[in-house]
Ligand binder design. Structure first.
Ligand SMILES: [Zn+2]
Length: 345
């Protein structure tokens, strides 16, 4: 059994929410939705830190499940699992966000099952839980180590976080990572952890939408931007560092190569380097073969793995998968070229 990382994985990184809160603070001089979201994120981070050791001590392996979905309406409370409104196979309910959450949890589950042969997050049919209407105008979504939580957004910066399937794919993949490589959430293993969530998140979006590398926009979170920010996104995998540049959110600080690597930087900043590696591989091999290659890599990495370890393991996996004809014959060379282009090898 893998152990939980004890880390709350937020979709919108702290550098964006902190900027939003600062701007709102200056403009209004009063408590705003953005400030409350930033505060709530901080509170949740702290709470998780405090309960981390207790949680590890009491964690028991889950019984094999059926990968069923459960959708809770949190009724705008700052709590999870408030009201169970839709279970597996139940008819649609009144709230559009609850139905989107149900559908996108399902799309993520199907991608893992059909493309990667994985049975839910733990590969043992873990029940997949989503919460909608968490808090008030909450500008984030997260995976807390056990379940997914979607905020409604403030409709100024962000819309309801159920609007983009890559949110669900990203967050649930943090669960897959904690059950496989168990990548630590700091420095290079943290950036590998974050990148893996973006990688699988966009692959879920492409699989669900019948898209491939050449037809996909390679943007993260473009469908949760409020109307005034249409055209912006949270991250760009093709061109990290170009996703947004506006007074509300600030300017995208993501690194796109080792030249921009930030020592001790947030995993969401340095993940751009690995995101671009995957973009380059997928553009050459196709997105679904590239997803299989990254999944094989993830299963052979370890908690403190560095970028150079990922390059080595990914190269080894490329040779195995090319031999099995899962990926194209030139896979190993494509992998080397991609890691070389961003300055890792
Ligand atoms: Zn994440």
């Amino acid at each position: 059994m893998s152990t939980f990382q004890g880390h709350v994985c937020f979709y919108v990184p702290p550098h964006i929410n902190d900027h939003i809160a600062r701007v709102a603070d200056k403009a209004a001089g009063r408590s705003s939705a953005a400030q409350r979201s930033a505060l709530a994120s901080r509170v949740l981070r702290e709470r998780r830190r405090e309960t981390h050791h207790a949680a590890l001590a009491t964690l028991t392996p889950p019984a094999p499940g059926k990968a069923d979905r459960q959708i809770y309406d949190d009724l705008h409370q700052w709590n999870v699992n408030v009201d169970l409104i839709r279970g597996e196979g139940d008819s649609p309910v009144a709230g559009q966000n609850a139905n989107l959450a149900y559908d996108y949890l399902g799309a993520t589950r199907e991608f893992y099952k059909e493309v990667l042969g994985r049975n839910s997050l733990d590969n043992a049919g873990l029940t997949i839980v989503g919460n909608v209407n968490f808090g008030v105008d909450y500008n984030n979504a997260f995976f807390d180590g056990a379940e997914m939580v979607f905020g409604n957004g403030d409709n100024v910066i962000f819309k309801d976080f159920t609007n983009d399937v890559d949110v669900t794919g990203h967050e649930l993949t943090h669960g897959v990572t904690q059950y496989t490589a168990g990548l630590e959430y700091h420095d290079q293993p943290g950036a590998l952890n974050e990148a893996t969530s973006d990688i699988m998140g966009v692959c879920v979006e492409q699989y669900a939408g019948g898209l491939d590398a050449g037809t996909f926009n390679w943007l993260i979170g473009e469908d949760v931007m409020a109307d005034d920010l249409f055209g912006e996104a949270i991250r760009s995998m093709a061109h990290p560092g170009t996703a947004y540049d506006n007074p509300q959110m600030g300017k995208d600080p993501q690194a796109d190569s080792m030249a921009g690597y930030v020592d001790g930087g947030d995993p969401h900043v340095n993940s751009g380097i690995i995101n671009r590696v995957f973009y380059l591989i997928a553009t050459d091999l196709g997105s679904m073969p590239a997803a299989k290659l990254w999944y094989a890599t993830l299963q052979n990495l370890w908690p403190a793995a560095q970028f150079s370890d990922a390059a080595l393991v990914c190269g080894q996996m490329a040779r195995i998968l090319a031999r099995d004809k899962t990926i194209a014959r030139q896979g190993p060379q494509t992998v080397r070229a991609a890691f070389r282009e961003v300055g890792i090898v």
